[in-house]
Design a protein around this ligand. Structure first.
Ligand SMILES: [Fe+2]
Length: 209
């Protein structure tokens, strides 16, 4: 592993330790080739999570008023010329028995760099499917805050032919977390600086065996 990648990973793990989030999975460091070489992101790790059989599924949350079906299939949501801070969001989708869920649908939508949702089009909306190891990875931006909420992403996760999990993901160390009644510590991503951007990680557990 390159020294810079190692620093990023160690930083991410330190963040996760501070969070004390129960379901954090410490992943083997296996930096893969970056699809966006201008960003020194910590890359998604090999599918060797420290997973506990029978672990609780990821918490469900409301999808809020701005979900829009039929988003485009794409991993890169960052708009050209955006002034938002780039974020690479990745992780794995697992069953409660720690099995990776291949071809799971992940639909991501969130506010833009001004805290607004695109309800006319599909900016900062997109979906993809996990690979055979249950891995996913989006490239997007840090959403701005909007009134009444802390910073968050919305996501739907669905294994093939199974029910949809709708939830939200949160950022650590956000002052507004404490003021947001929807905020749940279990839904905080591991986030670390990665070059000019951020590397964020969250592993979903679906209520499947
Ligand atoms: Fe929202």
């Amino acid at each position: 592993m390159q020294p810079s990648r190692r620093r990023i990973l160690e930083s991410a793990l330190a963040v996760s330790g501070q969070l004390g989030v129960r379901r954090l999975r410490i992943l083997a460091c296996a930096a893969l080739a970056a699809p966006y070489p201008h960003l020194a992101f910590a890359q998604r790790a090999a599918p060797t999570p420290q997973c506990y059989d029978g672990d609780a599924p990821t918490i469900r949350q409301t999808d809020g008023p701005y979900f829009k079906p039929s988003s485009p299939e794409r991993a890169d949501l960052a708009e050209p010329g955006t002034r938002g801070r780039l974020v690479e969001l990745g992780g794995v989708v697992l069953t409660r028995a720690c099995r990776p869920v291949a071809r799971a649908l992940l639909d991501l939508w969130h506010a833009d760099e001004r805290g607004e949702y695109d309800n006319a089009g599909f900016r900062y909306r997109g979906h993809l499917f996990t690979d055979e190891a249950g891995r996913y990875r989006f490239r997007t931006i840090l959403p701005a805050l909007y009134t009444g909420r802390t910073r968050h992403y919305h996501v739907k996760v669905q294994a093939p032919e199974r029910p949809v999990l709708t939830t939200q993901l949160y950022f650590p160390n956000e002052p507004a977390n404490a003021r947001d009644g929807l905020f749940r510590r279990e839904l905080v991503m591991r986030v670390a600086d990665a070059g000019d951007g951020l590397a964020a990680r969250f592993d979903f557990v679906l209520d499947l065996r």
